[in-house]
Design a protein around this ligand. Sequence first.
Ligand code: ATP
Ligand code: MG
Length: 445
Amino acid sequence: MRLSRYFLPVLKEDPAEAAIVSHRYMLRAGMIKQASAGIYSWLPLGFKILRKIENIVHEEQQKAGHMPMLMPTIQSADLWRESGRYEDYGDEMLRIQDRHGRDMLYGPTNEEQITDTFRAHVNSYKDLPLTLYQIQWKFRDERRPRFGVMRGREFFMKDGYNFDLTKEDALHAYNRHLVTYLRTYERLGLQAIPMRADGGPIGGDYTHEFLVLAETGESEVFYDSEVTDIKLGNRDVDFDDKAQCQEILEEFTTRYARTDETHDEAIFADVPEERRRSARGIEVGQIFYFGTKYSESMNATVIDENQKLVPVHMGSHGIGVSRLLGAIIEASHDDKGIIWPEGVTPFHCGIVNLKQGDDEADAACEGIYSALTKAGLEPLYDDRKERAGGKFATMDLIGLPWRITVGPRGLKNGVVELTSRRTGESEEMSPEAAIAKVVEIYANL
Ligand code: ATP
Ligand code: MG
């Protein structure tokens, strides 16, 4: 992409309404535009990153055998009356009437709708286990929408639902989700710690929230510092291997890590004092096992091996896809702007031409641009007739992890400069070497 043709409405000034850094940088980098409180348009740069995150979430779910589908955002109130949640959900639910006076709602979550789909089509234990998921917009009429996409009213969420014959199978599905979530967050360059949480309106005894530590987080958390040393990494996981998934769950959840809703000072006191931490965190996901709560109230039953009709065991599992953009920025930025991890960066490498219109510099930039493109990468070439200072400021703000700077003086010596956004370190090398290095970095991801 050439910056001269891209839609990147960068703001020079800090917007007054942004109280935290991610919101400020998302507005300044032209990623989002507020449409009304807690509701945003996603401009090309923000949309590109949203799609990248969405793709990673899809890939990791499908590796575990979970099946993508798509449900409508507008739901019928009748389904929610069946489960009893139409009244319970309260003011966060946006209630609508159609022209015939039928009660509808903009879905805040989809347990009822998926249970209705399940009961319409599945009636034998032979069709289990089954895990379906979607990535779809949700609406919750939050009392205090704030912090940009972190607490929006309309937001993008991955929600997955497992249907199993037994509690044991459903707990395996729970563990599978825990593993896929750990992998997803690591690919996004984040450490998200699973913490014991509270069931809330969805209900259920087994639930973990995934928290990214950040001062601006809305949740108060308490943990044993050893939890921050564990990584899933690239280890092979067989998602059909119950024992392996259970082991990973235990590895990641045995040490003390709880949100304030479940925090217990007496148990926390058993953690050696030097490892006891209290901090703030951003909730980027949550998994639940809730047994037969919805299947009983909504008659989602199957015939078991003994020809007996039994309600299925269910769980639901969510990732805050749009919130993740904010969380990544909170975890990865400096005073000049965002620093995208390589896994989600909107463009792989920036190209800055220090002297647009200089034949040699223009030709070198074009060469680098087409070589990177041919290698399957997406460079962003700043080909505008602007001062170098302004070009650097834009690149730093939008946070591309790598930048190649091309100018007449360097070219006289046969070199360009390759700069890491994260460390700020620059290296001079031939254009070919810079291209090769960038290609290699992404090939190793
Ligand atoms: P919170 O406690 O932050 O209100 P929640 O526990 O009600 O969230 P869940 O029902 O667990 O949310 O939804 C799954 C995920 O969706 C959350 O972990 C979070 O990352 C994201 N999410 C929830 N509410 C919002 C919101 N208003 N704006 C953006 N993301 C949200
Ligand atoms: Mg939650």
